[in-house]
Write a protein that binds this ligand. Structure first.
Ligand SMILES: Cc1cc2nc3c(=O)[nH]c(=O)nc-3n(C[C@H](O)[C@H](O)[C@H](O)COP(=O)(O)OP(=O)(O)OC[C@H]3O[C@@H](n4cnc5c(N)ncnc54)[C@H](O)[C@@H]3O)c2cc1C
Length: 360
């Protein structure tokens, strides 16, 4: 039963990227470490014919995956696929990040702390702790954000704060002609639920599923775009829920979050929970039913009624059922090593690894 619980990992992003690069190259992937200067389109249908690298080399292909980050070098700059801006729902448009020395017990979770105009993340790794403040530039200046972050670290800062800007939203077409955008080239959802790398993984799996063997056909392109849109919108709504359902009225930022009009499907979801404690998980959605329930309750929604189907289980039977869960979990926890002990035992990295890790 316990193996069905969802979990996630904390990685050092630059070390993980290096690992994946080595993994791919060992299996025959060729890497050109050069800047793309131009994108050449086929006159007949506007498909991408080749990318032109620094030095003039042309790399031709049948299918191109755009992983160029926010700028969307192929999907937007060359193919003009369009961008749907969601920043009226997700107001944060900046982040400041800084690593610091680890202090105290290593915790097995990300801590997210609400702040005046956004929230602060704390991600403990073996060799350092990653920190950042995601905020809305309409309500907070960059210097104030950096000062707040630096005043709320566990240990000494290990680098100067790094500023990032973003526009939350999605590419209107994730797959356009013979180009598929993955990662930040496909859109940006702020990291409150750390979904970006997961969405890259589901994007890769989906592309394998709909792979254009024998050529690109519009039916597959349309289905891919529809699937990704629904997946991204569900993540978007789940994140909006954290901001919108709040009691905080102490700052203009939180008042704006509370008063905003949310997407219709999310508004209905909230009403269904308020009215009858009804939560659901749609097809293709990343977040499980439990996650929706926890955020609804956690943000303070008290349902007015309950689902009468639950009366099928009498109170003593329910108590026994819950006690069974509690006992199973307690036993599992008692027999497992603590987080630090488990890292030391199974995956402790040598000091050399940490020395080479970029301080991101
Ligand atoms: C503040 C913040 C916090 C985040 N936290 C999380 C988290 O907790 N969990 C999570 O899963 N994700 C998180 N993410 C998202 C995560 O960082 C991205 O999903 C990840 O970096 C993947 O990015 P990417 O490869 O799409 O783009 P990038 O990392 O931006 O890479 C784009 C690459 O394209 C290259 N490029 C651009 N133009 C050219 C050109 N002309 N020629 C050649 N190369 C070019 C760039 O050099 C770069 O290497 C966070 C993002 C931000 C901004």
């Amino acid at each position: 039963m316990l193996s069905t619980f969802a979990y996630a990992f904390h990685f050092d992003a630059s070390l993980y990227a290096r690992y994946l690069r080595g993994y791919a190259e060992q299996r025959g992937v060729r890497r050109f470490d050069r800047k793309i200067l131009d994108v050449s389109l086929r006159a007949a249908d506007g498909f991408i014919e080749a990318v032109v690298l620094e030095g003039g080399e042309r790399v031709e292909g049948d299918l191109f995956i755009d992983c160029s980050g926010f700028r969307g070098l192929l999907i937007e700059q060359a193919l003009k696929s369009g961008y749907e801006d969601w920043s009226h729902w997700l107001l944060c448009d900046r982040a400041v990040a800084v690593p610091c020395q680890s202090a105290g017990q290593l915790t097995p979770y990300t801590r997210s702390t609400a702040r005046e105009a956004g929230w602060q993340w704390r991600i403990p790794l073996q060799h350092r702790t990653g920190n950042g403040y995601v905020y809305c530039s309409r309500y907070l200046g960059d210097d104030e954000a950096a000062a707040t972050l630096l005043a709320n670290l566990d240990g000494e800062a290990l680098a100067a704060p790094r500023m990032l800007q973003f526009t939350t939203g999605r590419r209107r077409r994730f797959w356009n002609r013979n180009c598929v955008a993955l990662g930040l080239a496909s859109g940006f959802l702020e990291p409150l639920e750390s979904t970006s790398i997961h969405l890259i993984m589901t994007g890769v799996s989906r592309l394998v599923h709909y792979f254009p063997f024998g050529g690109v056909t519009q039916s597959f392109v349309d289905q891919y775009n529809e699937d990704v849109r629904l997946e991204a919108e569900a993540v978007r709504d789940f994140i909006i829920l954290h901001y919108h359902v709040t009691d905080r009225v102490d700052t203009p930022f939180w008042r704006a979050c509370r008063e905003m009009q949310v997407p219709e499907l999310l508004a209905r979801r909230i009403r269904m929970f308020r009215e009858r404690a009804h939560a659901w998980r749609g097809e293709n959605e990343i977040f499980q039913l439990d996650s929706w329930v926890q955020v609804m309750f956690g943000q303070g929604i008290q349902p007015a009624n309950y689902n009468h189907m639950t009366e099928g289980m009498k109170a003593p039977e329910l108590a026994r059922f819950l006690e069974g869960i509690r006992t199973t979990i307690s036993r599992a926890v008692a027999s497992m090593p603590a987080h630090q002990e488990s890292l030391d035992r199974y995956c402790r990295a040598s000091d050399d690894v940490w020395k080479n890790a970029a301080m991101k």
